[in-house]
Design a protein around this ligand. Structure first.
Ligand SMILES: Cc1cc2nc3c(=O)[nH]c(=O)nc-3n(C[C@H](O)[C@H](O)[C@H](O)COP(=O)(O)OP(=O)(O)OC[C@H]3O[C@@H](n4cnc5c(N)ncnc54)[C@H](O)[C@@H]3O)c2cc1C
Length: 458
């Protein structure tokens, strides 16, 4: 994709957010101590934390800061992963998993602290995050989460059906999980605010400068763009679900270890004062237990920002389905009009865990947000900044693994939207008995990918 004239998607966030800083393109050759590829939350947070430590840093961004997932997401600040809970993370990653759980526990507060420290105006509201459960049996999910997160000192509570009805203004749910440190932001404003903070702290950001490759030459990392070349002692790859978007061969194993699934976002017209008083009156961010996720949060103009998933790309189909859903949840909302509809890629992994890698000497990267990494990418950036300064792995909250590409990635990418049918079937049923239930399509994909990678490394 040519990167010269890439526009931001026509999102609510693009319409309401003041422009970001003017940025140069990389021309000719340059050096930095640390070179970062990608100016989303991960790259920007890494750069900011490096500048706090006085390290010379430069970011190469293919489009502009926030062009990827960071500028087009729902903006929910969520201090959990999508599915794995603390015990799953520790079972998989042991000591580094424990450190990662602590990082995750504090990630929402860290995001709001960073925004405060740099006086970033991102319409941020630390109103909390609620995960209501959509069937009686799924209260077990909320109970498990409360038990495990309480054990590690998180500010979480179990909500009864009545409490959820009062907090969300709907009796559609059967109780829920509540974390007071969460909330929501205008994610494009946060991206642009972080970019300004990086520049104010003396960092450099090059826009419209897609990296076509990175390689090791003379003990340094050299990143090539169409009009220049930059070398650094250390390298951070922060391209996440957009890793193959501009250059397929940039890091093919990382591009293929996540399934970029299109997630649709939509914003209603501002709600009436009367509707706003009963629909999520406390303005928390909300994402429930449906696989075909129900989620919503207010923006600063009292629009409900919500969305859904779709097989195909006909957004009109989604407008009527999501509109009907909102009316069912909150009849008092009246006629639903969507003023903005846009989409972006969520990088899904087979086990819903992020993948964090050492790519070589002083080179690191990660992928696999699973739709839950607005806050997580900020703290992963903080840890990647430490890694780039030579902090050893046993002092980092980063569970490193080897890249684990999907088997038949291209084919599965085309088929991924059909998973919606599987989710719908599962959503309509009560949760299965037993710890993991019957085998599911993603279990087979994970098993095949693991087998292929074991074979490749043996
Ligand atoms: C529609 C949507 C809704 C979401 N909602 C939520 C939510 O409500 N809450 C939540 O917690 N998470 C959510 N997420 C996930 C969250 O947005 C991401 O986890 C987070 O933004 C990832 O940030 P990042 O910096 O790692 O990646 P990105 O923001 O995607 O940044 C990667 C950057 O790399 C750049 N790039 C790619 N290739 C190159 C190259 N060759 N050279 C130079 N630059 C390159 C891209 O242009 C991009 O700017 C959502 C994601 C999407 C897509």
């Amino acid at each position: 994709m040519p990167s010269e004239n890439i526009r931001m998607p026509d999102s609510l966030w693009a319409a309401v957010t003041p422009p970001g800083p003017e940025l140069p393109r990389l021309e000719g050759s340059a050096q930095a101590d640390v070179v970062i590829i990608g100016a989303g939350f991960t790259g920007l947070s890494t750069a900011l934390h490096l500048r706090e430590a006085g390290v010379d840093v430069a970011i190469m961004e293919a489009a502009e800061p926030g062009w990827g997932a960071s500028g087009r997401n729902n903006g929910q600040v969520i201090p959990t992963l999508t599915r794995p809970d603390p015990e799953d993370i520790v079972a998989k990653h042991r000591a580094s998993g424990e450190r990662f759980v602590a990082l995750l526990r504090d990630c929402a507060s860290t995001l709001f602290d960073v925004a405060r420290r740099y006086q970033i105006q991102a319409e941020q509201e630390q109103a909390g995050w609620i995960q209501p459960v959509h069937s009686p049996g799924r209260i077990a999910i909320a109970e498990r989460r409360v038990r495990q997160w309480s054990k590690v000192g998180a500010h979480v509570e179990l909500l009864s059906r009545d409490q959820v009805a009062k907090m969300l203004g709907s009796d559609a749910w059967y109780g829920g999980f509540w974390n007071r440190t969460g909330g929501h932001v205008n994610p494009l404003a946060l991206s642009r605010g972080l970019a300004r903070a990086v520049l104010d702290q003396g960092g450099r950001i090059f826009a419209r400068s897609p990296a076509s490759r990175f390689e090791r030459k003379n003990e340094r990392w050299v990143v090539t763009t169409p009009h220049g070349e930059i070398s650094g002692r250390a390298l951070i790859l922060a391209t996440n679900a957009y890793t193959g978007e501009f250059e397929r061969q940039l890091a093919p194993d990382i591009a293929r270890e996540v399934m970029p699934v299109r997630s649709w976002q939509m914003a209603t017209a501002p709600l009436s004062e009367a509707a706003r008083k009963t629909i999520i009156p406390g303005r928390q961010a909300m994402s429930d237990t449906h696989g075909e996720l129900y989620f919503a949060r207010y923006d600063a103009r009292n629009r409900l920002v919500t969305g859904g998933a779709l097989v195909g790309t006909d957004a009109n189909k989604l407008k009527s389905a999501v509109g009907a859903r909102l009316q069912q949840l909150w009849p008092e909302i009246g006629e639903v009009k969507f003023d903005y509809v846009w989409n972006g890629y969520v990088g899904m992994t087979t086990d819903f865990l992020p993948r964090i890698h050492q790519l070589g000497p002083d080179a690191y990267g990660w992928a696999g947000c699973n739709g839950r990494a607005v806050a997580l990418s900020i703290v992963i950036g903080q840890e990647l900044a430490k890694a780039a300064q030579g902090v050893p792995a046993h002092d980092l909250a980063l569970p490193f693994t080897k890249p684990l590409p999907y088997v038949a990635h291209g084919l599965l990418r085309r088929l991924a939207p059909l998973m919606l049918m599987v989710y719908r079937r599962r959503d309509a049923a009560e949760i299965p008995d037993g710890p993991s239930g019957p085998p599911q399509p993603e279990h087979f994909v994970a098993w095949a990918s693991n087998l292929r990678n074991r074979w490749r490394t043996s």
